[in-house]
Design a protein around this ligand. Structure first.
Ligand code: QUE
Length: 354
């Protein structure tokens, strides 16, 4: 193996770090994979953030994605899928363990952390951004927590940050995986500022020599109206139901939008839908660490189940978008089966001893 191969294996060519003035800059650099987050990238980013936290010359950290299309499309779930199918690989444990710890480090980071979300940000990409102090969105931002489509649930602290969206918007975004743009990201509390893409180079430059607050104030603009604000009364009525079946029944009273939303939910993994609603309920108003611990139990149960492998096959491998879920019907997923997914792990719980 050459030196270059070794760096690639460790993820060192997939993420870049720079210091410019008072700013530490992180660039997720896998543009052909929409900057999807690998374990190697996590293993470079986590210690660099730890080091910058104690570095007196660094006053703030910015994170961005390479290329025009994406901030970060999510975790490298394709690699996790391959590992889980082999059966013997530790990646299904280590990937989520180290990813969630990184999410927590960002959440508790003592210095301003500014995510520049200029493009696609899904799943694990929100875990790298939403937990930071400032989250900048642009006219190119497309955000979603789409995991119910791949037999997972909104993890990376999704049960924490979606719980803090207004009304029942978090449950709506979690169950449907709806894609939202900048104005809705601000409305849902996932973003803090809108800055036009064309102003990002100037913003980044300002961050290298002025406070993040002053820089953001200077370039922040109005993203326009949020479609979610208009939908909110309907979302709040239907998604307040404590059970997925109740939500589907309530959507029948919400006209064309309700019918389209119910049809959308019918394509998702029934196990994922029930587990998602339950993890939001169990984690309601809890601290991030407790939420992540419970998410870790749940994701480990997904790793030994059926639907994650079928979901990745249907969406990312064969791309037929026709998953055969097991169980296929909501009624065949028992409450007992869902509760069992939250039982303590004998393989080792998530902890935050940094
Ligand atoms: C749901 C998801 C993910 C997804 C699609 C979903 C996800 C993820 C990716 C993804 C996309 C492009 C890539 C890649 C991964 O897609 O988490 O490596 O190149 O990472 O419907 O949760």
């Amino acid at each position: 193996m050459t030196v270059k191969d070794r760096a690639a294996e460790a993820g060192g060519d997939e993420i870049r770090f720079e210091r410019v003035g008072r700013l530490g800059i992180v660039t997720l650099d896998r543009p052909r994979a929409l900057n999807a987050l690998t374990l190697g990238m996590i293993r470079h980013l986590d210690p660099m953030l730890a080091s910058w936290a104690h570095d007196h010359a660094i006053e703030a950290v910015a994170i961005r994605g390479a290329g025009e299309k994406a901030f970060c499309a999510g975790g490298d779930v394709r690699a996790v899928y391959e590992a889980g199918r082999r059966g013997t690989d530790v990646l299904t444990y280590e990937f989520f363990f180290e990813e969630y710890r990184l999410n927590q480090r960002i959440h508790r980071y003592a210095k301003p952390y500014v995510a520049l979300i200029d493009g696609i940000a899904m799943g694990g990409g929100l875990g790298l951004s939403v937990h930071g102090r400032y989250r900048v969105v642009t006219e190119r931002t497309m955000m979603a927590m789409p995991e119910t489509a791949i037999g997972l649930f909104p993890d990376v602290g999704g049960s924490w940050f979606l719980d803090r969206a207004p009304g029942k918007i978090g449950a709506y975004l979690a169950l449907t995986g709806a894609r939202i743009k900048a104005a809705d990201a601000l409305f849902a509390g996932l973003a803090t500022h809108f800055v036009p893409t064309a102003d990002l180079p100037a913003l980044l430059d300002a961050l290298t020599h002025t406070s993040p607050e002053a820089a953001l104030h200077r370039y922040a603009a109005d993203p326009g109206p949020a479609p979610l604000a208009t939908l909110k009364p309907r979302i709040d009525r239907a998604f307040a139901e404590p059970r997925v079946a109740g939500i589907l029944a309530a959507l029948e009273h919400e006209g064309e939008w309700g019918a389209a939303t119910a049809a959308d939910l019918a394509r998702k993994s029934p196990t994922s839908l029930k587990a998602t609603l339950r993890v939001l309920q169990l984690n309601h108003r809890h601290e991030l660490e407790e939420c992540l611990k419970r998410e870790f139990r749940l994701v480990q149960r997904c790793m030994v189940g059926h639907d994650f492998y079928e979901g990745i096959r249907a969406v990312l491998v064969d791309k037929d978008h026709a998953p055969a879920w097991q169980p296929a019907r909501l009624d065949d997923v028992s409450d007992e089966a869902i509760e069992a997914m939250f039982a303590p792990l004998d393989t080792g719980e998530l902890d935050f001893a940094h």
